[in-house]
Design a protein around this ligand. Structure first.
Ligand SMILES: [Zn+2]
Length: 446
C-alpha cells in the first residue's frame, strides 16, 4: 500500500474508532434509586451512564459542559422491565414494549429470520429503538402446531448448532418431541452452551427435563400437564391437589430451574373460553388500537371463544402455586405472551402479569424482582456472555425506568413511565407517547 494511502486509511480508522468509542455520558441527578439488589431505596442521588452502561451511583463527578442531565427530582429510577415470554416480531411491537418500560425481551418462538437476525442485532446495538432482544428457537416432534419438526437425535444435534449459528440464545422444547430427540437436544445444547427452555414434553415429563438441564419452564400451567397427575378423563377443569405444590417446588429448587409466571396469560385465556363478547371487549380496549391488523384478525377468529371450558378453579390454583413458589424462593420471571393470544397486547400484558402477581399475594418487591433482577440472573446463568442487566448497579446495562412514585409502595406507577432508557438511548415521556401515536397511525384499522 502506498504510504499516503496508508496514512489516509489509518486516519480514517482513528476517526471511525473515536466515533465508536466516544464517551456518551448521561447523568440522572437528585433521583431516588430502587437498585433491586435488595429491598431498599437510595434517596436523592446521582446516576451516571456512560456508553449505555451504568458507570456510577452516588458520585457527583465533574462532567464536561453540555453533558445531558436528566433531573430526577421527586422521581424514582429502577431497572427496566423484562418480558421473558413473548411472540413479538415487529419493530412496531418493540415500540409498544419500550413505551411500557420493557427494556429486555425474550421471543419464545415464531420470530422471522429477519427479526431473530437483523432486527435483534440492530436493536441490541442501539441502532433501532427497542428492548434488548433474546430469541428462542422452537422445536417439536410433529407439525400440528406449525413448529420446526425434529425427529431423530442427528436432526436434534444439527438443529442446536444451527440455532446457535443463527443467533438464538435458547432452544424451546415443545409438547410432542420424542424422548430420544429431547435427550439429544439437551446434550448438544449443554455442549454448545445454549439454554433449553420451554414446555412439558409429553414423552419425557418435567422432572426428567429439569434433570437433563432444562433451565426454565415457560408457563406455570405446564405443571398441570407434566407434573401433577392428569385430571380425571374429560375433566380439564379440575385443579391439582394443593398438597402436591411442595413436591413441584422441591423439584424446581433441586435443579435451580426458573419458572415464567404467566398468571395473566392463563387468566385471560380462561376468561374468553366460549365467550365471543369477551374477545370483542379485548378488541375494543384502548390499548388494542396499537395492535397490528393481522393480530386483530387472529384475535377475532381465535378458537378459544368457540368452546366453553370453565378454568376458574385452575386459575385460582395457579395463583396459589405462584405465591407458594415465591415464598419458597423459586426464581420466577415475568412473561406476557403477547400478541398471539386475544387480550394480550405487547407491553400492557407484562403490566397485567405484574398486577396478577400482586393479586396473588406477592409483595411488590417479589413481583418487581420477577420483572427485573431475576430475569437478569436467568440470562447471567444461561447466556453468560450477555451484558448484565436487571439491577441499577455499576457495570450493568443502563436499562432504566423513571417513574413518579416509589414502585415498591405504589407499583401502579410502573404503567406510566416518565422516561425509559434502553440500549443506551433515553426516551422521555413525550417521546414514548410519540412512539405510540406513530404505531397507532400506521396500524389504524379502517
Ligand atoms: Zn408463548
Amino acid at each position: 500500500m502506498r504510504p499516503a494511502l496508508r496514512a489516509l486509511l489509518s486516519l480514517w480508522l482513528v476517526l471511525a474508532g473515536a466515533g465508536a468509542a466516544r464517551a456518551e455520558t448521561i447523568v440522572f441527578t437528585d433521583v431516588n434509586v430502587v437498585p433491586m439488589d435488595r429491598e431498599r431505596v437510595i434517596p436523592r442521588t446521582t446516576v451516571i451512564v456512560t456508553d449505555g452502561v451504568i458507570s456510577s451511583i452516588g458520585i457527583k463527578a465533574k462532567l464536561p459542559a453540555g453533558t445531558p442531565v436528566i433531573d430526577g427530582k421527586g422521581a424514582w429510577l429502577l431497572p427496566g422491565l423484562a418480558d421473558m415470554h413473548n411472540h413479538v416480531t415487529s419493530r412496531d411491537d418493540l415500540a409498544l414494549l419500550l413505551a411500557n418500560g420493557v427494556t429486555t425481551m425474550l421471543n419464545m418462538g415464531e420470530a422471522t429470520n429477519a427479526f431473530a437476525g437483523r432486527t435483534r442485532i440492530a436493536v441490541n446495538k442501539g441502532e433501532v429503538p427497542g428492548p434488548h432482544i433474546f430469541t428462542g428457537f422452537v422445536v417439536d416432534g410433529d407439525p400440528q402446531y406449525g413448529h420446526f419438526v425434529v425427529r431423530t437425535p442427528e436432526e436434534a444435534r444439527a438443529t442446536v448448532r444451527l440455532a446457535k449459528a443463527n443467533g438464538y440464545s435458547f432452544i424451546k422444547v415443545y409438547n410432542n418431541l420424542s424422548a430420544e430427540a429431547f435427550a439429544a437436544l439437551a446434550a448438544e445444547a449443554k455442549a454448545q452452551g445454549i439454554g433449553v427452555v420451554g414446555h412439558n414434553v409429553k414423552a419425557v415429563g418435567l422432572a426428567k427435563q429439569l434433570a437433563a438441564g432444562q433451565a426454565m419452564v415457560a408457563h406455570v400451567e405446564e405443571f398441570f400437564y407434566g407434573f401433577f397427575p392428569e385430571p380425571p378423563e374429560g375433566d380439564q377443569q379440575a385443579p391439582p391437589d394443593d398438597a402436591r405444590i411442595a413436591e413441584a417446588i422441591a423439584l424446581l429448587k433441586a435443579h435451580g430451574a426458573f419458572v415464567t409466571s404467566d398468571l395473566f396469560t392463563y387468566r385471560t385465556i380462561a376468561a374468553q373460553f366460549g365467550k365471543p363478547d369477551v374477545v370483542q371487549a379485548y378488541l375494543a380496549a384502548p390499548e388494542a388500537r396499537y395492535l397490528a391488523p393481522g393480530d386483530r384478525i387472529d384475535w377475532a377468529r381465535s378458537g378459544y371463544q368457540k368452546k366453553a371450558i370453565d378454568l376458574s378453579r385452575r386459575v385460582a390454583f395457579e395463583a396459589r402455586f405462584v405465591k407458594a413458589m415465591a415464598d419458597a424462593g423459586v426464581p420466577l420471571i415475568t412473561g406476557g405472551d403477547a400478541p398471539s393470544i386475544p387480550g394480550l397486547v405487547p407491553g400492557w400484558a407484562l403490566h397485567g402479569e405484574i398486577d396478577a402477581m400482586l393479586e396473588a399475594g406477592l409483595p411488590p418487591w417479589q413481583a418487581l424482582s420477577a420483572a427485573t433482577r431475576t430475569p437478569g440472573e436467568f440470562i447471567a446463568k444461561t447466556v453468560p456472555e450477555a451484558p448484565k442487566f436487571g439491577m441499577v448497579a455499576p457495570g450493568y446495562r443502563a436499562d432504566l425506568l423513571l417513574v413518579a412514585d416509589n414502585p415498591l409502595a405504589k407499583p401502579a406507577t410502573l404503567r406510566t413511565p416518565l422516561g425509559v432508557m434502553a440500549n443506551g438511548r433515553w426516551h422521555d415521556a413525550p417521546a414514548l407517547r410519540g412512539m405510540l401515536e406513530a404505531v397507532a397511525a400506521v396500524r389504524q384499522v379502517p
